[in-house]
Write a protein that binds this ligand. Structure first.
Ligand code: 7PJ
Length: 281
């Protein structure tokens, strides 16, 4: 399936006004970035999914590996145990698109077998075996840019030209994907806010997100509750809603196709208000 088909609305009658799709974050790691493991248990995770669906979410993003700055890596076995039963339960219980946030080929393969609608890889399919797994499937994939690795990426980010360097990374990864048999039309691009970027670099990327539109692929923006908001405003993770909504609007105004968030209800409201004005531009 192409990314555009994936992004086409399933329920047009409920979606008269065009807006980016909202991807709701479902963290199943004990140390996930901003919900402190609140949704670590299975039943709580399913309840959280039900709530996000009633709040208007378009895609549920399940992440079994913490990629927060400083996080240590988890084994494929642990990640599979966290993610696959939940994916199966969500698919058996709800009608909703599910994205799997993983960088491991084994997790990608199992996830695709069990109905994942999209693979979301913060390492852009650079780990062993990932290209082959995706080439053998039909699901769209999000390629995210990261400089360095989570353990150390925030220590000393460096770019010659942050937009140009990331754009070149995308061009290279698109070409590698195509050579591996993954059609360009299946790709979604994400500059990776907070993944090896200073505060200034994160805001430059946000301000100039539109500069990636000439690659002709859908863009995903994930800034929700991140340090770029907390550090700028001196706010704890539970005080970053206003900042997060503002970044969602700024990304949406530059044609982002997917906004990845914790606060689904508020983001859907904000995007609907924006969409109502876009209609008259
Ligand atoms: C992102 C992600 C992001 C994509 C995380 C967090 C850290 N996947 N997974 N983009 N961030 N595509 O949510 O704070 O920005 S985990």
């Amino acid at each position: 399936m192409t990314a555009d088909q994936f992004l086409a609305k399933q329920m047009p009658q409920q979606q008269e006004i065009s807006r980016p799709q909202v991807m709701g974050i479902l963290n199943v790691t004990p140390d996930s970035f901003s919900d402190g493991g609140k949704f670590a248990s299975f039943d709580k995770a399913l309840a959280h999914v039900a709530q996000m669906i009633s709040d208007g979410v378009d895609i549920i993003d399940i992440g079994g590996e913490s990629t927060r700055p400083g996080a240590v890596e988890v084994s494929a076995a642990d990640e599979l145990k966290r993610v696959i039963p939940l994916l199966k339960a969500i698919k058996a219980t709800f009608t909703i698109k599910v994205s799997i946030d993983t960088s491991k080929a084994a997790v990608m393969a199992q996830a695709i077998t069990h109905g994942a609608d999209i693979i979301n890889d913060v390492r852009a399919l650079q780990n062993d075996g990932c290209l082959a797994v995706l080439a053998a499937s039909d699901v769209p994939v999000c390629l995210m840019h990261m400089q360095g690795l989570p353990r150390s990426m925030q220590k000393n980010p460096h770019y010659n030209d942050v937009i140009g360097d990331i754009k070149q990374f995308f061009i290279d990864r698109i070409s590698v994907c195509e050579q591996a048999g993954i059609k360009r039309e299946r790709l979604i691009l994400d500059p990776g806010f907070g993944f090896g970027k200073t505060l200034e670099q994160n805001y430059q990327l946000l301000a100039q997100l539109h500069k990636f539109n000439d690659l002709g692929l859908p863009l995903l923006s994930g800034t929700s509750r991140k340090s770029m908001i907390g550090d700028l405003l001196a706010r704890n993770v539970d005080e970053r809603l206003a900042g997060s909504l503002t970044t969602a609007i700024i990304a949406a105004q530059q044609n982002a196709s997917i906004i990845r968030v914790h606060d689904v209800k508020e983001t859907v409201d904000a995007l609907k208000v924006l969409a109502m004005t876009v209609k008259y531009q």
